[in-house]
Design a binder for this molecule. Structure first.
Ligand SMILES: [Fe+2]
Length: 405
Protein backbone atom coordinates (compact mmCIF):
# COMPACT_ATOMS: atom_id res chain seq x y z
CA UNK A 1 0.00 0.00 0.00
CA UNK A 2 2.88 2.40 0.87
CA UNK A 3 4.30 1.64 -2.56
CA UNK A 4 1.21 3.34 -4.05
CA UNK A 5 1.67 6.34 -1.77
CA UNK A 6 5.34 6.63 -2.81
CA UNK A 7 4.31 6.58 -6.48
CA UNK A 8 1.78 9.34 -5.79
CA UNK A 9 4.43 11.40 -3.92
CA UNK A 10 6.95 11.06 -6.75
CA UNK A 11 4.31 12.14 -9.29
CA UNK A 12 3.40 15.13 -7.11
CA UNK A 13 7.09 16.12 -6.88
CA UNK A 14 7.51 15.75 -10.63
CA UNK A 15 4.57 18.11 -11.28
CA UNK A 16 5.99 20.54 -8.74
CA UNK A 17 9.36 20.56 -10.52
CA UNK A 18 7.66 21.30 -13.83
CA UNK A 19 5.62 24.13 -12.28
CA UNK A 20 8.74 25.52 -10.55
CA UNK A 21 10.21 26.35 -13.98
CA UNK A 22 7.48 28.98 -14.38
CA UNK A 23 7.91 30.54 -10.94
CA UNK A 24 9.78 33.83 -10.93
CA UNK A 25 11.70 34.96 -7.85
CA UNK A 26 11.89 38.64 -6.80
CA UNK A 27 15.14 40.46 -7.44
CA UNK A 28 17.70 39.65 -4.75
CA UNK A 29 21.10 41.22 -4.07
CA UNK A 30 23.95 40.41 -1.74
CA UNK A 31 26.25 42.78 0.17
CA UNK A 32 29.12 41.27 2.11
CA UNK A 33 32.16 42.28 4.12
CA UNK A 34 33.18 44.00 7.34
CA UNK A 35 30.93 47.01 7.95
CA UNK A 36 28.67 46.16 4.98
CA UNK A 37 25.57 46.71 7.14
CA UNK A 38 26.41 50.44 7.22
CA UNK A 39 25.82 50.51 3.47
CA UNK A 40 22.14 50.01 4.27
CA UNK A 41 21.91 53.76 4.87
CA UNK A 42 22.67 54.40 1.20
CA UNK A 43 20.60 51.41 0.03
CA UNK A 44 17.49 52.72 1.82
CA UNK A 45 17.94 56.40 1.01
CA UNK A 46 18.70 55.79 -2.68
CA UNK A 47 15.39 53.94 -2.96
CA UNK A 48 13.54 56.74 -1.19
CA UNK A 49 12.61 54.77 1.95
CA UNK A 50 12.29 57.09 4.93
CA UNK A 51 10.34 55.08 7.53
CA UNK A 52 11.84 51.56 7.72
CA UNK A 53 10.71 49.05 10.32
CA UNK A 54 13.70 47.48 12.10
CA UNK A 55 13.02 43.99 13.47
CA UNK A 56 15.79 43.36 15.97
CA UNK A 57 16.70 40.38 18.08
CA UNK A 58 16.83 41.33 21.74
CA UNK A 59 20.52 40.40 22.13
CA UNK A 60 21.57 42.57 19.16
CA UNK A 61 19.68 45.58 20.44
CA UNK A 62 20.91 45.18 24.02
CA UNK A 63 24.52 44.86 22.85
CA UNK A 64 24.27 48.18 20.99
CA UNK A 65 25.70 46.59 17.83
CA UNK A 66 22.93 48.21 15.79
CA UNK A 67 23.73 51.74 17.08
CA UNK A 68 26.14 52.87 14.29
CA UNK A 69 23.60 51.91 11.63
CA UNK A 70 20.66 53.53 13.44
CA UNK A 71 22.70 56.73 13.97
CA UNK A 72 23.71 56.75 10.30
CA UNK A 73 20.08 56.52 9.24
CA UNK A 74 19.04 59.40 11.46
CA UNK A 75 21.80 61.58 10.01
CA UNK A 76 20.26 60.97 6.59
CA UNK A 77 16.79 61.95 7.85
CA UNK A 78 15.56 58.34 7.88
CA UNK A 79 13.46 57.59 10.96
CA UNK A 80 13.52 53.87 11.83
CA UNK A 81 10.76 52.28 13.92
CA UNK A 82 12.17 49.57 16.16
CA UNK A 83 10.44 46.28 16.91
CA UNK A 84 12.53 44.29 19.40
CA UNK A 85 11.65 40.60 19.38
CA UNK A 86 10.22 39.23 22.65
CA UNK A 87 11.94 36.16 24.11
CA UNK A 88 10.82 32.68 23.06
CA UNK A 89 9.96 31.18 19.71
CA UNK A 90 7.89 33.53 17.56
CA UNK A 91 4.36 32.55 16.67
CA UNK A 92 1.38 34.13 14.94
CA UNK A 93 0.90 36.63 17.80
CA UNK A 94 4.46 37.97 17.47
CA UNK A 95 4.11 38.30 13.70
CA UNK A 96 0.87 40.20 14.17
CA UNK A 97 2.30 42.50 16.86
CA UNK A 98 5.20 43.32 14.53
CA UNK A 99 2.79 44.08 11.69
CA UNK A 100 0.71 46.38 13.94
CA UNK A 101 3.84 48.34 14.81
CA UNK A 102 4.66 48.60 11.11
CA UNK A 103 1.15 49.81 10.33
CA UNK A 104 1.09 52.28 13.25
CA UNK A 105 4.31 53.92 12.08
CA UNK A 106 3.30 53.77 8.41
CA UNK A 107 6.57 52.02 7.53
CA UNK A 108 7.72 51.72 3.93
CA UNK A 109 10.45 49.03 4.19
CA UNK A 110 11.61 46.26 6.52
CA UNK A 111 15.11 45.62 7.88
CA UNK A 112 15.77 42.60 10.12
CA UNK A 113 18.95 42.22 12.18
CA UNK A 114 19.08 38.97 14.10
CA UNK A 115 18.86 35.22 13.85
CA UNK A 116 16.22 33.11 12.17
CA UNK A 117 13.42 34.24 14.49
CA UNK A 118 13.86 37.95 13.66
CA UNK A 119 13.85 37.20 9.94
CA UNK A 120 10.83 34.86 10.20
CA UNK A 121 8.85 37.55 12.00
CA UNK A 122 9.96 40.24 9.54
CA UNK A 123 8.84 38.16 6.56
CA UNK A 124 5.53 37.29 8.22
CA UNK A 125 4.84 40.94 9.11
CA UNK A 126 5.59 41.79 5.47
CA UNK A 127 3.00 39.25 4.33
CA UNK A 128 0.32 40.62 6.69
CA UNK A 129 1.19 44.16 5.55
CA UNK A 130 0.90 43.25 1.86
CA UNK A 131 -2.52 41.72 2.54
CA UNK A 132 -3.68 44.64 4.71
CA UNK A 133 -4.01 42.79 8.00
CA UNK A 134 -5.20 39.36 6.83
CA UNK A 135 -4.67 36.53 9.34
CA UNK A 136 -1.15 35.10 8.85
CA UNK A 137 -2.48 31.58 9.56
CA UNK A 138 -4.20 31.60 6.16
CA UNK A 139 -0.81 31.71 4.36
CA UNK A 140 0.66 28.52 5.85
CA UNK A 141 1.88 26.04 3.28
CA UNK A 142 3.09 26.37 -0.27
CA UNK A 143 2.50 29.27 -2.69
CA UNK A 144 -0.24 31.08 -0.76
CA UNK A 145 1.47 34.50 -0.95
CA UNK A 146 1.09 36.18 -4.35
CA UNK A 147 1.31 39.90 -3.60
CA UNK A 148 4.56 41.85 -3.69
CA UNK A 149 6.02 42.33 -0.21
CA UNK A 150 7.70 45.54 1.01
CA UNK A 151 11.44 45.97 0.38
CA UNK A 152 13.21 43.65 2.87
CA UNK A 153 16.90 43.83 3.83
CA UNK A 154 18.17 41.16 6.24
CA UNK A 155 21.37 41.12 8.28
CA UNK A 156 21.91 37.66 9.83
CA UNK A 157 23.66 37.60 13.21
CA UNK A 158 24.11 33.83 13.24
CA UNK A 159 25.61 31.63 10.52
CA UNK A 160 22.86 29.07 10.21
CA UNK A 161 19.33 29.67 9.01
CA UNK A 162 20.11 31.21 5.62
CA UNK A 163 16.77 33.00 6.00
CA UNK A 164 18.31 36.09 4.38
CA UNK A 165 17.97 34.30 1.03
CA UNK A 166 15.19 31.73 1.52
CA UNK A 167 11.52 32.16 0.54
CA UNK A 168 10.38 30.58 3.81
CA UNK A 169 9.15 31.80 7.21
CA UNK A 170 8.60 29.38 10.10
CA UNK A 171 6.30 30.22 13.00
CA UNK A 172 5.31 28.23 16.10
CA UNK A 173 1.74 27.17 16.67
CA UNK A 174 0.20 27.98 20.06
CA UNK A 175 0.14 25.37 22.89
CA UNK A 176 3.22 23.48 21.62
CA UNK A 177 1.40 22.10 18.61
CA UNK A 178 4.47 22.27 16.38
CA UNK A 179 5.63 24.74 13.76
CA UNK A 180 4.28 25.79 10.41
CA UNK A 181 6.07 27.09 7.35
CA UNK A 182 4.93 29.76 4.91
CA UNK A 183 6.65 29.09 1.58
CA UNK A 184 6.44 31.36 -1.43
CA UNK A 185 9.04 32.99 -3.72
CA UNK A 186 7.50 36.34 -2.67
CA UNK A 187 9.12 35.88 0.76
CA UNK A 188 12.63 36.08 -0.72
CA UNK A 189 14.29 39.16 0.83
CA UNK A 190 15.36 41.93 -1.54
CA UNK A 191 18.79 42.31 0.03
CA UNK A 192 21.04 40.07 2.15
CA UNK A 193 23.83 41.75 4.09
CA UNK A 194 26.60 39.52 5.43
CA UNK A 195 28.46 41.64 7.98
CA UNK A 196 30.87 39.48 10.02
CA UNK A 197 31.06 42.04 12.82
CA UNK A 198 27.69 40.92 14.21
CA UNK A 199 28.99 37.39 14.81
CA UNK A 200 31.68 38.53 17.24
CA UNK A 201 29.31 38.39 20.21
CA UNK A 202 27.69 35.09 19.20
CA UNK A 203 28.05 32.56 22.07
CA UNK A 204 29.62 29.16 21.41
CA UNK A 205 26.54 26.89 21.51
CA UNK A 206 24.35 29.01 19.19
CA UNK A 207 27.36 29.27 16.86
CA UNK A 208 27.69 25.46 16.80
CA UNK A 209 23.96 24.84 16.37
CA UNK A 210 23.83 27.44 13.59
CA UNK A 211 26.55 25.88 11.45
CA UNK A 212 25.11 22.39 11.93
CA UNK A 213 21.72 23.71 10.83
CA UNK A 214 23.41 25.13 7.73
CA UNK A 215 25.20 21.80 7.15
CA UNK A 216 21.82 20.04 7.35
CA UNK A 217 20.39 22.50 4.78
CA UNK A 218 23.29 21.78 2.43
CA UNK A 219 23.15 18.00 2.85
CA UNK A 220 19.38 17.63 2.70
CA UNK A 221 19.11 19.77 -0.44
CA UNK A 222 22.00 17.88 -2.04
CA UNK A 223 20.51 14.47 -1.23
CA UNK A 224 17.13 15.41 -2.63
CA UNK A 225 16.51 14.41 -6.21
CA UNK A 226 16.86 15.55 -8.87
CA UNK A 227 18.65 18.85 -8.33
CA UNK A 228 19.84 21.59 -10.63
CA UNK A 229 23.54 22.36 -10.94
CA UNK A 230 23.29 25.61 -8.95
CA UNK A 231 21.83 23.74 -5.95
CA UNK A 232 24.63 21.19 -6.19
CA UNK A 233 27.38 23.85 -6.41
CA UNK A 234 25.97 25.84 -3.47
CA UNK A 235 25.50 22.75 -1.30
CA UNK A 236 29.01 21.43 -2.00
CA UNK A 237 30.64 24.82 -1.30
CA UNK A 238 28.75 25.20 1.99
CA UNK A 239 29.49 21.62 3.06
CA UNK A 240 33.20 22.00 2.33
CA UNK A 241 33.51 25.22 4.37
CA UNK A 242 31.58 23.86 7.35
CA UNK A 243 33.43 20.53 7.48
CA UNK A 244 36.84 22.21 7.10
CA UNK A 245 36.38 25.28 9.29
CA UNK A 246 33.44 24.55 11.59
CA UNK A 247 35.68 23.49 14.48
CA UNK A 248 37.72 26.70 14.27
CA UNK A 249 34.59 28.85 14.13
CA UNK A 250 33.20 27.08 17.20
CA UNK A 251 36.33 28.10 19.14
CA UNK A 252 36.63 31.69 17.97
CA UNK A 253 34.35 34.36 16.50
CA UNK A 254 36.93 37.15 16.60
CA UNK A 255 38.36 36.30 13.18
CA UNK A 256 36.21 38.42 10.86
CA UNK A 257 37.33 36.68 7.68
CA UNK A 258 36.38 33.28 9.17
CA UNK A 259 33.04 34.73 10.35
CA UNK A 260 32.38 35.94 6.80
CA UNK A 261 33.25 32.52 5.36
CA UNK A 262 30.72 30.88 7.69
CA UNK A 263 28.08 33.51 6.88
CA UNK A 264 28.68 32.83 3.20
CA UNK A 265 28.41 29.05 3.76
CA UNK A 266 25.11 29.56 5.57
CA UNK A 267 23.89 31.82 2.75
CA UNK A 268 24.83 29.27 0.07
CA UNK A 269 23.21 26.43 2.05
CA UNK A 270 20.08 28.60 2.32
CA UNK A 271 20.12 29.25 -1.41
CA UNK A 272 20.51 25.50 -2.02
CA UNK A 273 17.50 24.52 0.06
CA UNK A 274 15.42 27.44 -1.26
CA UNK A 275 15.36 25.52 -4.59
CA UNK A 276 16.19 21.99 -3.48
CA UNK A 277 14.08 21.72 -0.29
CA UNK A 278 15.08 20.08 2.98
CA UNK A 279 14.32 16.56 4.23
CA UNK A 280 13.22 14.49 7.21
CA UNK A 281 15.78 15.95 9.66
CA UNK A 282 13.99 19.26 9.28
CA UNK A 283 10.50 17.79 9.34
CA UNK A 284 11.26 15.92 12.59
CA UNK A 285 13.12 18.92 14.02
CA UNK A 286 10.14 21.22 13.39
CA UNK A 287 7.75 18.74 15.04
CA UNK A 288 9.96 18.26 18.13
CA UNK A 289 11.00 21.92 18.35
CA UNK A 290 7.40 23.12 18.31
CA UNK A 291 6.48 20.86 21.22
CA UNK A 292 9.62 20.82 23.38
CA UNK A 293 11.08 24.25 22.51
CA UNK A 294 14.61 23.05 21.78
CA UNK A 295 17.01 24.86 19.41
CA UNK A 296 16.36 24.04 15.77
CA UNK A 297 20.04 23.57 14.86
CA UNK A 298 20.63 21.28 17.85
CA UNK A 299 17.70 19.06 16.87
CA UNK A 300 18.91 18.84 13.27
CA UNK A 301 22.42 18.00 14.44
CA UNK A 302 21.20 15.09 16.60
CA UNK A 303 18.72 13.80 14.02
CA UNK A 304 20.81 14.10 10.85
CA UNK A 305 22.94 10.92 11.37
CA UNK A 306 19.77 8.88 12.08
CA UNK A 307 18.05 10.19 8.96
CA UNK A 308 21.13 9.50 6.81
CA UNK A 309 21.13 5.93 8.14
CA UNK A 310 17.41 5.55 7.42
CA UNK A 311 17.96 6.55 3.78
CA UNK A 312 20.45 3.66 3.50
CA UNK A 313 21.78 2.86 0.05
CA UNK A 314 19.30 5.28 -1.59
CA UNK A 315 21.53 8.13 -0.40
CA UNK A 316 24.83 6.48 -1.37
CA UNK A 317 25.25 8.04 -4.85
CA UNK A 318 24.81 11.61 -3.52
CA UNK A 319 26.93 11.00 -0.40
CA UNK A 320 29.69 9.43 -2.51
CA UNK A 321 29.60 12.45 -4.84
CA UNK A 322 29.98 14.76 -1.84
CA UNK A 323 32.92 12.73 -0.56
CA UNK A 324 34.64 13.06 -3.94
CA UNK A 325 33.84 16.78 -4.15
CA UNK A 326 35.48 17.57 -0.84
CA UNK A 327 38.65 15.68 -1.64
CA UNK A 328 38.03 12.14 -0.41
CA UNK A 329 39.71 9.12 -1.98
CA UNK A 330 38.55 8.17 -5.47
CA UNK A 331 39.71 4.58 -5.08
CA UNK A 332 36.80 3.37 -2.98
CA UNK A 333 33.49 1.80 -3.89
CA UNK A 334 30.41 4.03 -3.89
CA UNK A 335 29.23 2.54 -0.58
CA UNK A 336 32.63 3.08 1.06
CA UNK A 337 32.78 6.71 -0.15
CA UNK A 338 29.29 7.30 1.26
CA UNK A 339 30.30 5.75 4.59
CA UNK A 340 33.47 7.88 4.62
CA UNK A 341 31.39 11.01 4.16
CA UNK A 342 28.98 10.04 6.97
CA UNK A 343 32.05 9.44 9.17
CA UNK A 344 33.21 13.03 8.44
CA UNK A 345 29.85 14.39 9.60
CA UNK A 346 29.89 12.21 12.72
CA UNK A 347 33.45 13.27 13.51
CA UNK A 348 32.55 16.98 13.23
CA UNK A 349 29.53 16.47 15.50
CA UNK A 350 31.63 14.57 18.05
CA UNK A 351 34.24 17.33 18.10
CA UNK A 352 31.50 19.92 18.56
CA UNK A 353 30.08 17.93 21.51
CA UNK A 354 26.72 17.11 19.97
CA UNK A 355 24.84 14.41 21.90
CA UNK A 356 24.12 11.19 20.06
CA UNK A 357 20.77 10.90 21.83
CA UNK A 358 18.07 13.47 22.32
CA UNK A 359 16.77 13.58 25.90
CA UNK A 360 13.01 14.34 25.98
CA UNK A 361 10.80 14.22 29.08
CA UNK A 362 8.35 11.26 29.36
CA UNK A 363 8.90 10.27 25.76
CA UNK A 364 6.91 7.18 24.83
CA UNK A 365 4.96 5.41 22.10
CA UNK A 366 2.28 8.11 21.87
CA UNK A 367 4.79 10.96 21.52
CA UNK A 368 6.75 9.05 18.87
CA UNK A 369 3.71 8.39 16.71
CA UNK A 370 2.20 11.88 17.03
CA UNK A 371 5.53 13.59 16.25
CA UNK A 372 6.08 11.21 13.34
CA UNK A 373 2.59 12.09 12.10
CA UNK A 374 3.41 15.82 12.17
CA UNK A 375 6.76 15.28 10.45
CA UNK A 376 5.19 13.14 7.72
CA UNK A 377 2.55 15.82 7.19
CA UNK A 378 5.27 18.41 6.57
CA UNK A 379 7.58 16.29 4.41
CA UNK A 380 5.27 14.02 2.41
CA UNK A 381 4.72 14.43 -0.48
CA UNK A 382 6.49 17.82 -0.73
CA UNK A 383 10.17 17.07 -0.03
CA UNK A 384 12.07 15.33 -2.84
CA UNK A 385 13.88 13.03 -0.38
CA UNK A 386 16.03 10.14 -1.66
CA UNK A 387 13.73 7.63 0.05
CA UNK A 388 10.14 8.32 1.08
CA UNK A 389 9.60 7.24 4.68
CA UNK A 390 6.27 6.29 6.24
CA UNK A 391 5.01 7.56 9.58
CA UNK A 392 6.00 4.20 11.09
CA UNK A 393 9.58 4.57 9.80
CA UNK A 394 9.76 8.13 11.14
CA UNK A 395 8.51 6.90 14.52
CA UNK A 396 11.30 4.28 14.49
CA UNK A 397 13.89 7.02 13.87
CA UNK A 398 12.51 8.92 16.85
CA UNK A 399 12.58 5.86 19.08
CA UNK A 400 16.25 5.30 18.18
CA UNK A 401 17.26 8.95 18.52
CA UNK A 402 15.34 9.90 21.67
CA UNK A 403 15.96 8.84 25.22
CA UNK A 404 13.17 9.43 27.73
CA UNK A 405 14.10 11.45 30.83
FE1 LIG B 1 17.09 24.68 9.31
Amino acid sequence: MFFLYSAYARSYQWILRVLARFVSYPEHRLLEGEGSSLRLVGELSSRGYVRPLFVLSDSVHRSGADAPLLDGLKEKGIEPTLYVLPSGEPGFDTANACYLEMKRANCDAIVAIGGGSAMDVAKSAGVIFAYKGKDIASFRGLLKVHRKLPFMAFVPTTAGTGSEITPVAVLSLPHGEGKVAIMSPRLTPSLAVLDPVYLKSLPERPAVYGILDALTHALESFLNRPKDSQVARDAIAATRTILEKGRLFAQNRNDLSLNLEMLKASYLAGRAFARGYVGYSHALSHAIGGRYHLPHGYLNAVLLPYVLRAYGSKAYPALARLEEAIGGSNDLSMAKKAEAFIARVNSLERDLHIDQKLPLPSFGEEAASSLAHEAAKEANPLYHVPKILSEEELALILKSAVTSV
